[in-house]
Design a protein around this ligand. Structure first.
Ligand code: G3P
Ligand code: CA
Length: 240
């Protein structure tokens, strides 16, 4: 059955990348929580999408110019809804501990020290429960060198061919769009290359969710676990 990767948690119902968003996603059926990692001025790892604090907190300016003690005092919930007032910007260590044993984690390294992530995940014993990606080649290179055993994902757009995912990018998971999934031969070639397949879909069209479930891919990276969960169960019922 296709595993649900919840992009920034249940971000349609709770502020993205917060404990509340992760908890709700798990309640809605998520198997993995996707998150974004950035570093404070004094080197503490946080779960935050943007380079600046402005959109998703009551703070201002780049997270990388801000001390951890000031980030810890921010409100990361009120911008979304006053009922989430007081939600914190999660520290990565606390967030991973919160998820350990409850869900897998897809860590996207926005910009941070890969060595710190590797040490933390090894310490927490979460290597097998996690996989990794970055749009930054520096981050990806760091992980390849420091953590050959970590499971890595690469997008078809970056790899350009399923055949290059392992050889060039040292990855075992390929992510593609719905349009790419529909291209004849792409899934077949990914399977032949021994890859796991993840489809990214940010929409809420149930017909597309059904198409993804029917394609039998390993993971779907999405914003609506609540919509995909019943679709995959119904499909399993039909397929059984
Ligand atoms: O797998 C790609 C996905 O994680 C993209 O995330 O941060 O660009 O919304 P983002
Ligand atoms: Ca991301």
């Amino acid at each position: 059955m296709t595993k649900i990767v919840s992009h920034r948690g249940a971000n349609n119902f709770a502020p993205e990348n917060t404990f509340a968003a992760a908890d709700l996603a798990i309640e809605q059926g998520a198997d993995y929580i996707e998150l974004d990692v950035r570093e404070s001025a004094d080197g503490v790892l946080y779960v935050l999408h943007d380079e600046t604090l402005d959109r998703t907190t009551n703070g201002h300016g780049p997270i990388g110019h801000t001390l951890a003690r000031d980030i810890d005092a921010l409100d990361a919930g009120s911008w979304f809804d006053t009922k989430f007032a007081g939600a914190v910007v999660p520290r990565l260590d606390a967030y991973l501990e919160h998820l350990r044993g409850r869900a897998g984690v897809y860590l996207e390294l926005k910009y941070c020290d890969p060595a710190k992530i590797v040490a933390l995940v090894r310490d927490l014993g979460m290597v097998r429960d996690t996989f990794y990606f970055s749009f930054s080649e520096e981050m990806r290179r760091g992980l390849i060198v420091i953590a050959p055993e970590f499971r890595k994902m690469i997008t078809l757009n970056i790899a350009r061919s399923p055949s290059l995912v392992g050889a060039v990018h040292h990855a075992s998971i390929i992510e593609m769009s719905v349009e790419q999934m529909r291209q004849p031969g792409v899934i077949e070639a990914s399977r032949k290359a021994g890859l796991e397949v993840m489809v990214y879909y940010g929409g809420n069209d149930v017909a597309v969710h059904r198409e993804i479930a029917e394609a039998g891919v390993d993971y779907v990276n999405l914003d609506r676990p609540d919509l995909f969960e019943p679709v995959r169960r119904a499909f399993r019922g039909v397929a059984a």
